[in-house]
Design a protein around this ligand. Sequence first.
Ligand code: SF4
Length: 467
Amino acid sequence: MSVENFSAAADKAIKNDGLQQRLAHITHEFINKRQAAVNAVPDWEAWRVAGKNIKQHAIEHLDIYLEEFEKNLTNAGGELHYCQTGEEAADKILRICQQHKAQLVVKSKSMVAEEINLNQHFAKNNIKLVETDLGDYIVQLRGDEPAHPIAPALHVGKAMVAETFRQEHKNLPRNRPLESIGDLMAEARGILRKDFLTADVGITGANFLVAESGSVVLVTNEGNGDLVSTLPPVHIVVTTIDKIVPTLYDASHLLRLLCRSATGQPITSYASFFTGNNQTQDGDGAIAFHVLLLNNNRTQLLADDLRPALSCIKCGACLNHCPVYQTVGGASYGGAQMGPIGSAIAPAISGIKRANDLVFASTLCGRCDDVCPVKIPISHLLRRQREWSFLQKTIAPQKQRWLKYFRRASQSPKKFRHASHAVRRMLRFYNRHGMIKNIGLFPPARPWFAKKNLPSPAKKSFFDKVK
Ligand code: SF4
């Protein structure tokens, strides 16, 4: 799946009843948990403002804090690698693994690894890479795409997981019980434990990079991140430049916002801080510690008014509250950039031509703006990307023409009234029992009516009634 297939993938997702039920269940569960966690903080708004200021300051001084991070990471025995493109990053990780003669690599959740297609790159080069987050492990076994940054397997029901395990774990007895979530978790844990203990390299993502200490901060709930980063002799962190924060205090404030907004927890089960390799610190952890910092066109976002997009702390709250995401799910977005914030960032990463449909995959209702813990004006960013799409002429010419007519009509109240009278009269002509099901003679509206019906407009407009 890729970003340009959004419309087709969304169509398919809408018709998938099982997916629709699971999406409704899980997004509402996330919404309720977040709301309860937010209600328990009397000055949540002040926390949001502080979070926004921390991220804004870090992004505005990115060059300074990246240098400071590199210096402190290197002093602690780590190695930093800047990568401009996804291909470069995937290749660099592969080369580090080859230098260490790795045959088995374990990995914890990382949307950046999804962005650079790391799993596919390893498969091509015959190195076994095993996902260790339960959701990602299920997605990997099924050959699917993650459906949510926090709950990657939300589209897969319990029975489907059991079926996948029976197919893939061929050495286990066929008639073993796999009915409960506990059974499934115990089986996955047993299989993965052996991989943790024998892996040559562990790969993780990062939630924050702390400039003042050179530390990498990682939050997980399953503990797999700690096993991946401490048991194998080599730990590789793959992350992006926008994860930088100036101080440990800043990281701890953002952690409070992140956990509450993501899962409704005051803090996740594991919040780990990795600083350097085991030769310079307390003897724990990996012998070699590499941090890969990916740009992948994110510096383009620095240059214009899309800059707030780089403040995202990837909590997923905007996805859970988005009516479009709630309907189509994460896999429809065709990559690591999902939901409203993903749609605002995707044009920089994949180009406006490829990501054009995503820019329009929002009702602009503004729920995402209201819940974002670092106050990113997401709907404004999407509007900005739509303008860009219009200027780049990536919208279909017919649509552009109608938008131009609409703009002209809406600039004069008189013209607008005449135009809306004409449209109302035309729509009423197609009225069948209060509904309009198609207006076949009007080609620009055909795609819209192929998927939706419209209630017939009233005989008189509101303006006509009150004038
Ligand atoms: S943009 Fe979305 S994912 Fe990012 S911090 Fe805001 S709510 Fe969370």
